[in-house]
Design a protein around this ligand. Structure first.
Ligand code: CTP
Ligand code: CA
Length: 232
């Protein structure tokens, strides 16, 4: 699949990729976060650029170096990510939501560092739901924009993973959903990945495994086929 990198088959296309993981502040020194390194999203951004696209990368707390040649917008929280994606999604040919977005954020952000209370031995945090950015895009009218979602599942069974992916794609109104299995030792910091791509009819469009770079190109092969089918 890496050979397709030479084809410039995304030349003239505008591709938006969100990558990394959001951080939701509790106070000036603490946050709720997740283990997403941003590697798979960055690999997609780089691969799209290699294939000729103009790429906007919405970077949420990346743990690896930012790619060259992309327009980069740094965000931290889910609300910041939503604002950035919403702004650049207009008129984009492809939007890839690879970022791990926090489902909840602390209801209150403390102005000062939260201090331990000597009189109790626990703390309960109140959280509120973040907006579902992918579903928001999926349910809005964005004619001509191919929407690609991701799903990270810890379910060990392959059929169950695919069933969850189908349901998620449907619920969010994404055109394609890339499902990968994550766990304590799988997925996040790794340089390799194994994914299943679910299409509009709930069918498995492709399976890919290997380096995150090669998986990125395999995902873009599907994207190119879809984008080309839409416009010709
Ligand atoms: N996503 C999003 N906004 C959120 C949560 C998730 O845009 N508030 C996007 C992610 O970027 C990803 C997709 O939705 O592309 C699926 O994320 P995931 O966490 O797997 O799905 P959820 O719908 O949040 O379901 P779950 O309860 O399994 O976490
Ligand atoms: Ca989630």
């Amino acid at each position: 699949a890496a050979a397709s990198a030479n084809h410039a088959d995304l030349a003239g296309r505008r591709v938006v990729v969100s990558a990394g993981g959001t951080r939701e502040p509790l106070d000036p020194v603490r946050f709720l976060g997740n283990r997403s390194s941003g590697k798979q999203g960055i690999a997609i951004a780089e691969a799209a650029r290699e294939r000729g696209a103009h790429v906007t990368l919405i970077a949420a707390n990346l743990e690896v170096a930012e790619p060259e040649g992309c327009d980069i917008r740094r965000v931290s929280t889910a609300l910041e990510l939503q604002a950035a994606v919403t702004e650049v999604a207009h008129g984009a040919d492809v939007v890839v939501m690879a970022a791990a977005v926090a489902d909840y954020r602390p209801a209150n952000v403390s102005e000062g560092k939260i201090k331990k209370d000597q009189s109790d031995d626990g703390l309960t945090l109140e959280l509120v739901r973040n907006p579902d950015i992918l579903a928001g895009l999926g349910h809005a009218e964005h004619p001509g924009t191919l929407l690609v979602g991701f799903a990270a599942e810890t379910e060990p069974d392959d059929d169950r993973i695919i069933a969850l992916g189908r349901a998620k794609r449907e619920a969010k109104g994404a055109d394609l959903l890339v499902v990968n299995r994550v766990g304590w030792n799988e997925g996040f910091a790794s340089d390799e990945n194994r994914v299943v791509v679910i299409g509009r009819d709930g069918d498995v469009v492709t399976r890919a495994h290997g380096t995150k770079q090669s998986v990125a190109h395999d995902i873009l092969d599907v994207v190119v086929a879809e984008v080309t089918a839409v416009t010709t």
